[in-house]
Write a protein that binds this ligand. Sequence first.
Ligand code: NAD
Length: 326
Amino acid sequence: MKIAFFDTKPYDKLTFAPLAEKFGYEITFFDERLTPETAAKANGFDATCSFVNDDVKAEAVQTLKDGGVKVMLLRCAGFDSVDLDKAKECGIPVLRVPAYSPDSVAEHAAALLQTVNRKTHLGFNKTRNFNFNIDGLMGIALVGKTAGVIGTGKIGKCSVNILRGFGMKVIAYDAFPDKSSDIEYVDLDELYARSDVITLHCPLFPATKHMINKESIAKMKDGVLLVNSSRGGLINTEDLLEAVKAGKFRGVGLDVCEKEHEYFFEDRSNITDKDPVLNELLQDDRVVLTGHQAFFTEEAMTAIAEVTLNNLKAFIDGAELVNEVK
Ligand code: NAD
């Protein structure tokens, strides 16, 4: 089995190369993302392995099909990067890693929350310059406050547990509430109105695109702390910037952003055409953005490689494809 591995980073090689050898698979690592322009690189390969910001639209899928690719492996949970209808039409199964370490993502969301709340990023900048003045660094105690969790799937449930660990009262909204859980579900308007902290853990669908916008922000408490470790498209960035400038938020912690496919996973510090809205947002001390690293733990990377290559094994063996995106 020959795998064309796209959007390769050094840490991918570290986890995938030794494991692929054990499975007896041959991997060729390409630096480029999988896009309509690069898809022909997979000609003659049996499988592709791609990541969150690859762009596998219909044209790319057709090129893969024409080049002999039989299966597409996603080394991530989200599958919004692939035209699934086209993949189905071409008879190419798309196999993903539905859960690799939901705790890692939820723990990072909590780190972002406490960074923007307790301003540790600003404290760090000060103390490394031997400035030990704490003026301007006051946060709030989370104990006794209310957290609103949007999306209570695998990651959202980990978040619920972490936030309860802080002594917070947790309320939640999910389009499909888990009635077997002890989570208190409310509608979105109530969640916005009551929450001191709002953390997003639902997928990006047409129905959730820009769910955080001018109107929903207006329903939130002044001084709310907002965290998004899910997908950038959940938030209308222009509306967010406007509200940040107006002082609506105590803090905003982001691991994802709308334009991330243009920038993330590379050093872009020298580019001159930075997106002005994103750039202005990032200059505000109340906003912290990490570059889609919430998943990035040793445990998650190991699990991603194992599940991805086991997905391929199941395909080769003709076994049930439990991780197929349908
Ligand atoms: P999941 O499928 O287990 O849970 C998603 C939850 O969202 C489900 O409970 C579902 O019912 C709910 N949902 C669906 N539609 C909704 C809607 N319209 N409104 C509210 N809730 C809705 O997924 P998960 O593993 O918990 O992952 C959640 C999201 O986190 C993923 O979709 C992905 O975008 C993101 N993610 C980010 C990283 C990262 O590194 N930042 C890593 C993994 C996943």
